[in-house]
Design a protein around this ligand. Structure first.
Ligand code: SF4
Length: 451
């Protein structure tokens, strides 16, 4: 069976489609790079905003336009929340709810026998970058933020078994992946499952902090990164894991608003003072810890004063990056029927915050000019008429440097020369080679530690 896989939305969707591609290849399916070659096309959809839902519909229709004979399977949050609508879209043969997602291949393979020829040698490898792998550790959420459809679409918080996660990371590391990103809907809730039947003994003593600690102790992966974590789940035990030479100094915390009044209406169990303390605690642990945040503008009832509070708090905290979202009412959420902020006001506010985000990112990137940073290189790029490479530091700063040898999936040190809002331009430091392995002296990732 020829399978085309694609995903929209969050890193969790990406982690799921990467894992699906690996299972499919293990079961003898052939992955193809375009829907035109496929028997089945699988799309992992998103509905976090109305724009995401629209993009999911457009992507589904595009599959059938590109190949009128392909069979389409829709999974993910748009399929979960708009099952009838998704089924009615031309060419959709299968819509699976999120809880059924893991059994998608059983459904697809039930109809076909894989007795045909084995996939050709040069068939595309399972999806995913060879430099970085997204690893699903948890799904669902037990919180009830007033604007959030994800908690509705993905159900209660459920953790993956620790051994399964460790085995998958060890396997990816053995394949040469240098960085793994732990992802989920609410990774901070790892190990705190509350099924009706009561807490599961298998997760006794487990938390995100313990999971991170065990991964770092038991697997020599060069880099471990956490995806977004709700601020109230950032425990002292987790914060105490920094600095660690292989734990990325980047934490993404959804703040959503700098106004306590708005946070209260959003039903988010965090206040600005608490958030400020967490940022301070993180910064106290590691050099140039990158703290970035999600912010929603235009939430019902958000006044000009509330918005100015958000701007002031983001500036005061000197966040490394801002992800700015305009509030999007989602049917099925508590806030769906509330009086919206006029779209023109919401647009102005998001433009203001996006511009602030650029200023803050530039200020943060400038800190690395003159410093030496360690970069995991991913892609070759053309740099002003010469070849170079682009990659990310463990702070998640994008770095470009000229170099005409192959640096794909290599960790190299770069001296920062110039910064802009997108990242850092640098030069490769001759290899006195250090890489974030266990053998590395404390924090050898950048120059300041050696002062
Ligand atoms: S914590 Fe809130 S915003 Fe995050 S997934 Fe859960 S309900 Fe949604």
């Amino acid at each position: 069976m020829k399978l085309y896989l694609t995903s929209l939305g969050c890193r969790l969707n990406q982690a799921e489609i990467e894992a699906l591609s690996r299972r499919a290849v293990a079961l003898g399916c052939q992955l193809v790079e375009t829907p035109t070659q496929a028997d089945w096309a699988v799309i992992n959809t998103c509905t976090v905003t109305h724009v995401a839902a629209r993009k999911s519909r457009q992507a589904i229709r595009r599959l059938r336009r590109e190949n009128p004979t392909v069979r389409v399977a829709v999974i993910g949050c748009y399929g979960e929340m708009s099952r009838g609508e998704a089924r009615a879209l031309t060419g959709v043969d299968l819509v699976l709810p999120n809880v059924e997602k893991e059994r998608l291949l059983d459904h697809l393979l039930a109809e076909v026998s894989l007795s045909g020829p084995a996939p050709p040698e040069n068939a595309p490898a399972p999806l995913g970058r060879r430099t970085r792998a997204f690893i699903k550790v948890q799904d669902g959420c037990d919180n009830r933020c007033a604007y959030c459809i994800v908690t509705v679409a993905r159900g209660p918080s459920r953790s993956r078994l620790p051994d399964e996660i460790l085995a998958e990371i060890a396997e990816r590391q053995s394949e040469g992946v240098q960085e793994v990103v732990l992802t989920g809907v609410n990774i901070g809730a790892y190990g705190r499952d509350h099924p009706e039947s009561g807490p599961l003994p298998v997760y006794e003593g487990w938390s995100l902090a313990r999971l991170v600690r065990e991964i770092l102790e038991r697997i020599d992966i060069a880099r471990l990164r956490l995806s977004s974590i709700e601020p109230w789940d950032l425990t002292e035990e987790l914060i105490a894991l920094w600095p660690h030479t292989r734990l990325c100094r980047q934490v993404h915390l959804p703040l959503q608003s700098g106004s306590d009044a708005v946070l209260r209406r959003m039903a988010r169990p965090i206040r600005v003072a608490g958030f400020r303390d967490l940022v301070g605690a993180l910064r106290g642990r590691a050099h140039e810890m990158a703290v970035s945040a999600d912010l929603i503008v235009g939430f019902p009832g958000e006044s000009d004063t509330d918005f100015q509070e958000t701007v002031r708090v983001a500036q005061e905290l000197g966040l490394a990056r801002l992800h700015v979202f305009r509030y999007s009412p989602r049917e099925g959420t508590p806030a769906a029927g509330w009086e919206p902020v006029p779209p023109s006001v919401a647009r102005q506010r998001s433009e203001r915050l996006i511009a602030l985000g650029e200023e803050l990112a530039l200020a943060y990137h400038r800190r690395f000019v003159g410093e030496t940073v360690e970069v995991l290189f991913e892609t070759a790029i053309e740099l002003e008429g010469t070849w170079g490479w682009s990659g990310l530091t463990d702070h998640y700063v994008r770095v470009w440097a000229p170099y005409d040898d192959n640096l794909h999936n290599r960790l190299r040190r770069v001296r920062g020369l110039a910064a802009d809002a997108q990242g850092l331009r640098g030069e490769i430091v001759p290899e006195a080679g250090l890489r974030g392995s266990k053998a590395a002296p404390p924090d050898a990732r950048d120059s300041h530690a050696q002062a």
